[in-house]
Design a protein around this ligand. Structure first.
Ligand code: PEP
Ligand code: MN
Length: 296
């Protein structure tokens, strides 16, 4: 192990507005893979807020394997993210692909995501390290925990220790899943490093029917947060629909996750309460589905 890693540092929390990663709360981040349009994104954001989600996700600069795939709305998408943040009061996380975009992304988002494909893009790590925004560093798909921690060290060495580590699955010989979710990495990182660790079961599994079980396992194993792709109409998503939960599926999963969090001494924020003090999950989801049918 590299001697420059300071394993004796005390645990640290990372704050994005009023959201604190590394606290007893398991922070739920959710939203579509990509921001596809203003109305659809804003209505999805409102539904997620009502369910108790703490951070909205949505890619606007999308790294795509094929140059012909939808690559996001770019700066127009950033404006939609900022509008969703304003309308809901929720924090926003989005990926920054290019060091030249760090400033503009930071002006519109609360957490800067460095994606798997860029875990060792040292120019990008330096640039996000020089800013003051929290950085969510996704594990490279072929990175060891040590390489991942050294990538975080590049950010810290540049001046920013507000780092959230995100396990999102690694490539193995297994092909039933898009990647193999390495939940032991959550435990290993907590042993070795001071940073909060979150889990993205969506990119790990690649299939929506597996996401719930792995999200539950992630909470059980001690993850400080979850990043889950939720789309109002996964079958028609422009990106990663196959692994996206629809809103009712996600609302049901949240209820299960709350029970698991409680069992392991953590908590997940509850859904907003309706006028009569009832949970809104059932009623509002029917309404949301109605909106989805009309709008999307
Ligand atoms: C994403 O979260 O939008 C993404 C592209 O994930 P990853 O970098 O883990 O593939
Ligand atoms: Mn995605």
């Amino acid at each position: 192990m590299d001697t420059h890693l300071r394993y004796d540092q005390p645990k640290q929390t990372v704050a994005a507005g009023e959201v604190i990663f590394g606290s007893p709360e398991v922070i739920v981040m959710a939203g579509p893979c990509a921001v596809e349009g203003r109305e659809t994104y804003l209505s999805c954001a409102q539904a997620l807020k009502r369910m108790g989600v703490r951070v909205l996700r949505g890619g606007v600069f999308k790294p795509r394997t094929s140059p012909y795939s939808f690559a996001g709305l770019g700066r127009d998408g950033l404006k939609i993210l900022a509008e969703a943040r304003e309308a809901t009061g929720l924090a926003v996380v989005t990926e920054v692909l290019d060091p030249r975009d760090v400033e503009v992304v930071a002006a519109h988002a609360d957490i800067l995501q460095v994606g798997s494909r860029n875990m060792q893009n040292f120019a990008l790590l330096r640039e996000v390290g020089q800013g003051g925004h929290p950085v969510m560093l996704k594990r490279g798909m072929a990175a060891t925990c040590e390489e991942w921690l050294l990538a975080a060290e590049h950010i810290r060495a540049a001046g920013n220790d507000q780092i959230i580590m995100c396990e999102r699955g690694i490539r193995t010989f297994e092909n039933q899943t898009r990647n193999t979710l390495d939940l032991s990495a959550v435990v290993v990182l907590k042993e070795l490093a001071p940073y909060p660790v979150v889990v993205d079961p969506s990119h790990a599994c690649g299939r929506s029917e597996l996401v719930g079980a792995m999200a539950r396992a992630a909470v059980a194993v001690g993850a400080d947060g979850l990043l889950i792709e939720v789309h109002p109409d996964p079958a028609h998503a422009l990106c990663d629909g196959r692994q996206s939960l629809n809103q009712p599926e996600f609302a049901k999963l949240l209820q299960e996750l709350r029970r698991i969090a409680k069992a392991v001494g953590r908590l997940i924020r509850s859904e907003e309460r309706g006028e009569h003090g009832q949970g809104i999950a059932d009623g509002s989801l029917k309404i949301n589905q109605g909106v989805a049918n009309d709008d999307y």
